[in-house]
Write a new protein. Structure first.
Length: 140
């Protein structure tokens, strides 16, 4: 895995603009959904098994996170809490990059070993998060 900092090439996708826009639109839709009182999403896995699914607690984690109750958000779903922190860091980076028109950070995967390491890391994080949720299933 290698990092590089460079300007966008002509015709290259502007990932910072795309993903900043996607995260802001998602935040606006979620806030609107909860503000107008639409029903919370139902989980078919939880309804059938009475056990938490991989993303159980995600909505409650997001609500607690955006109300500034970070410890409560972390307790609801540590993986989603970490993802929300990552999205905020990325959004700040993307906004600063777009406003200042500065070079962009890019990650290059040079070989299959680094790709495999990333896949195993993601699967391990998902498994550990689900194990945490299963240990605390009575909260759901």
């Amino acid at each position: 895995m290698r990092f590089s900092v460079r300007r966008l090439a002509p015709g290259e996708l502007d990932h910072e603009l795309i993903w900043l826009g996607a995260s802001l639109v998602s935040l606006a839709l979620a806030a609107t959904w909860l503000t107008i009182g639409l029903p919370w999403p139902r989980c078919a896995f939880h309804d059938l098994t009475r056990l938490p699914c991989l993303t159980c607690g995600m909505t409650r984690c997001g609500i607690q996170f955006f109300q500034g109750h970070f410890l409560a958000a972390f307790k609801w779903n540590p993986l989603i809490f970490t993802a929300l922190c990552g999205v905020i860091v990325f959004d700040v980076y993307a906004l600063a990059t777009l406003v200042m028109r500065s070079p962009r950070l890019r990650i290059h995967f040079l070989n299959d070993r680094s790709k495999r390491f990333l896949r195993v890391s993601v699967i391990s994080a998902l498994a550990l998060n689900w194990a945490y949720l299963l240990l605390h299933w009575r909260n759901f």
